[in-house]
Design a protein around this ligand. Structure first.
Ligand code: NMX
Ligand code: MLT
Length: 437
């Protein structure tokens, strides 16, 4: 596999670079940790490393140094498509270089060859309660695939540490290859006739998902490519990436690890916010019988806040400006569905809610994040079962976290195990600091 050979060729330099940094500068401080940060969810504590993506608080995500508009314009695209091959993005993540068409197609072909889903995954899914949340189904299916893990098998056969990344790459390609079809089957099982639709050989990974949920419109296929690319990675401290990394750091395989990641994505402060955001937009639509006036929306936003709830899709732990992933989807909607009612409401929310959050004075970032708008696009194209939306997020997020997991194995990243302290210890530290002042 050319992909594996290319990555193997990169490793000696990367390993030497990291070893040198740790050997020569291992004692250099990266930052301090305050008591607020210890109690405050470790915001801004620099304690993870990834070279695959970085979130600048003002500019947002860069994938391997490229902004979202750059990624969308530079990655190769299927003929006639507006959006790129998702396989090209995976190549960029793994190899660190912008792929040409042959590189992107190599990943796409690997995925096609590995896409067959073992029968027991279908059985697991069919055995779960019909009203189970789709994220529980998704996590269970991923977990069940552990049975197929190359890493777990080879580990017990005694592979050497140097080979760990190869087994992780195998598993990661196998897992990512299957996720669009698993997600599509969950959609069919929960909301349609429960019939599995096979992928088309002439379609790429992103477009095949559209086909497998029976939406054949080229514009929705492009939206799927865009959606999966935008949701793929957001550096390593976000909850789903971090949960995956933590689980994988024990040398558990990618199936165990990404199932943990999915469980973390299922929370309303993280990925589930896309379901909540669409629910909120629909509530507005129902309450006002369509697009409200600015004043009505302002009042509705205040009512939400006064009821002690958050406005889903707004705010962020790292970002301090509108999320470029929001902007990319906004532009797509503006081009392809400008008259859509829910998009009109999402637009109005963008005009009204930041000011409301500023007036409330709590949120550090009053701007929209990726989840503020993603649901209105899905809804427009017919995916209206919005408790399903976080599964879509999870299909995309698999790309970033698996690529990171391969690199973490390649660079021998160790078991993650931060230190905890007691409140008495922190009080003691605080007292000593005050005496010094
Ligand atoms: N609506 C109402 N209050 C908010 C919002 C919001 N959208 N965002 C932040 N706040 C509040 C927050 O709850 C906190 O209140 P309190 O002091 O009472 O605990 C206060 O503002 C300070 O929070 P921040 O430091 O600004 O945000 P934090 O880093 O703690 O949390 C989020 C980040 C994303 C969890 C938070 O902004 C939020 O709950 N947003 C709504 C849910 C959402 O959209 N999540 C998706 C994030 C992206 N993703 O996909 O994962
Ligand atoms: C994400 O994409 O993971 C979210 O924006 C949350 C984050 O970065 O913390």
């Amino acid at each position: 596999m050319a992909l594996k050979d290319k990555m193997a060729a990169l490793l000696p330099d990367w390993r030497a670079r990291v070893a040198k940094l740790v050997k020569e500068s291992g004692d250099v401080k990266v930052g301090d940790v305050t008591i607020s940060q210890v109690y405050g969810g470790m915001r801004d504590v620099k304690s993870l490393v990834t070279d695959i993506s970085y979130v600048d608080p003002d500019q947002g995500i860069r994938f391997r140094g490229y902004t979202i508009p750059e990624v969308l314009s530079k990655l190769p695209k299927p003929e006639g498509a507006e959006m790129p091959y998702v396989g090209g993005l995976y190549y960029l993540f793994l190899i660190g270089e912008m792929p040409d068409e042959a590189d992107a197609l190599e990943v796409e072909n690997e995925w096609k060859e590995r896409s067959k889903i073992p029968h027991f995954v279908f059985e697991v899914l069919r055995s779960l309660p019909p009203d189970a949340h789709p994220m529980m189904l998704f996590s269970s299916a991923i977990l069940a695939l552990h049975h197929e893990s190359v890493f777990a098998r080879r580990y017990h056969q005694g592979m050497t540490k140097n080979e760990y990344w190869e087994a992780m790459l195998e598993d990661s390609l196998n897992l990512t290859a299957k996720l669009p079809a698993i997600a599509a089957y969950i959609y069919s099982l929960k909301y349609k006739d429960g019939i599995f639709i096979s992928q088309r050989q002439d379609l790429d990974w992103g477009a095949n998902f559209a086909h497998m949920i029976s939406i054949e419109s080229p514009t929705y296929m492009d939206l799927c490519r865009l959606y999966f690319i935008l949701h793929s990675d957001h550096e390593s401290g976000n909850a789903s990436a971090h949960a995956t990394h933590l689980a994988a750091s024990t040398l558990s395989d990618i199936y165990y690890a990404y199932s943990a990641g999915i469980n973390s994505l299922a929370g309303p402060l993280h990925g589930l916010a896309n379901q909540e955001a669409l629910g909120w937009l629909l509530e507005v639509h129902t309450r006002f019988g369509g697009v409200p006036t600015k004043e009505q929306l302002r009042q509705f936003a205040w009512d939400t806040l006064k009821a002690g709830q958050v406005i889903p899709g707004y705010g962020h732990a790292v970002l301090r400006k509108p999320d470029p992933r929001f902007t990319a989807q906004y532009e797509y909607a503006d081009k392809h569905m400008p008259e859509d009612d829910l998009f009109q409401i999402a637009k109005l929310v963008y005009e009204v809610v930041p000011q409301v959050l500023i007036e409330q004075g709590k949120a550090k970032n009053p701007s929209p994040n990726v989840d503020a708008i993603s649901g209105s696009l899905q809804y427009h194209y017919g995916v209206r079962e919005f408790d399903y939306y976080t599964v879509l997020f999870g299909v995309g997020r698999s790309l970033g976290v698996t690529a990171n997991a391969v690199w973490a194995r390649a660079l021998g990243q160790p078991l993650e195990r931060p230190k905890s302290v007691t409140t008495v210890m922190l009080e003691d530290i605080a007292r000593k600091a005050q005496i010094k002042v």
